[in-house]
Design a protein around this ligand. Structure first.
Ligand code: ZN
Length: 260
């Protein structure tokens, strides 16, 4: 797979995931809320220009290099694709969990991650609201993880597409049918679980760090149950007024907001 093919598959997955999330928000909305599309899409555009074009397929390049050099656990062990793909998804999701948790614990990292949490609304567009600094800081770790695990290119692309679907879905202003929600939450993060993570309240803000699987939160003591019937006040104290794009970009250098 070439870097261009990698970017195309990633892009198609991104758009399909967006359509699913928007469709579910329209069919089964949790609350009547418009979302902060203007600022969130502006941040996404800045990130796409800043990081996406320059390093959008870096994981693909690192994966190919690690495979050719025989670097990483899966390459060293000569794992078959049937083992390598699930291990890659689990491994990269665990790294994502650890990075997200570090973003809440390390004050310097929180300065950038607070921009994501400063959205007073909780809708699919919130998933786009990431400060370029957070993405830049996470990039070396993600690439080291690909090389360290020895993720094959197909493992990277399957993970990226699953991650995009879950990321759009779990930020959705979506109410799921109660039975389906309970069953889905056994394995995967639901919008209600992640809505709890976007609560203004300190204890809830520091729970449910997972993106794809709930396994890491359950096993590592950070799982907080929630359901669509629970209403959560989202955002951060001090960011009640929707920030404009410039204010969101300069937020890490001005203040460090906290949960209540
Ligand atoms: Zn967070």
């Amino acid at each position: 797979m070439t870097e261009v093919e990698f970017q195309i598959i990633k892009g198609v997955g991104f758009v399909l995931a967006l359509m699913l999330a928007i469709g579910l928000q329209w069919l089964r909305p949790h609350t009547a809320v418009a979302g902060s599309w203007r600022v969130n899409a502006s941040l996404w555009a800045a990130n796409a220009a800043f990081v996406g074009v320059v390093c959008g397929a870096c994981a693909c390049t690192v994966s190919r290099w690690a495979g050719a050099e025989g670097i990483g656990l899966l390459n060293l062990g000569g794992a078959s694709p049937w083992l390598a793909i699930p291990v890659s998804i689990l491994g990269l999701d665990l790294v994502s969990y650890a990075w997200h948790r570090a973003n809440h614990v390390v004050p310097f990292l929180w300065r950038f991650h607070q921009v994501h949490h400063s959205d007073p609304d909780f809708t699919a567009s919130t998933s786009l609201r990431l400060h370029p600094g957070e993405i830049l800081l996470s990039l070396p770790l993600r690439l080291i993880a690909v090389a360290g695990i020895g993720v094959p290119i197909v493992g990277v692309i399957v993970f990226e597409v699953c991650f995009a679907f879950q990321n759009w879905f779990e930020h959705g202003n979506i109410d799921l049918p109660a039975r389906f929600e309970r069953q889905w939450a056994w394995l995967f993060v639901t919008p209600a679980l992640h809505r709890r993570h976007h609560s203004r309240r300190h204890a809830e803000l520091n729970s449910n760090y997972g993106t794809i699987f709930t396994l890491w939160d359950r096993r590592l003591g950070t799982f907080g149950p929630s359901s669509s019937s629970v209403s959560v006040r989202t955002g951060l104290p001090g960011a009640e007024q929707a920030l404009g794009p410039a204010a969101a970009l300069t937020l890490p250098f001005r203040t460090r907001l906290r949960g209540e």
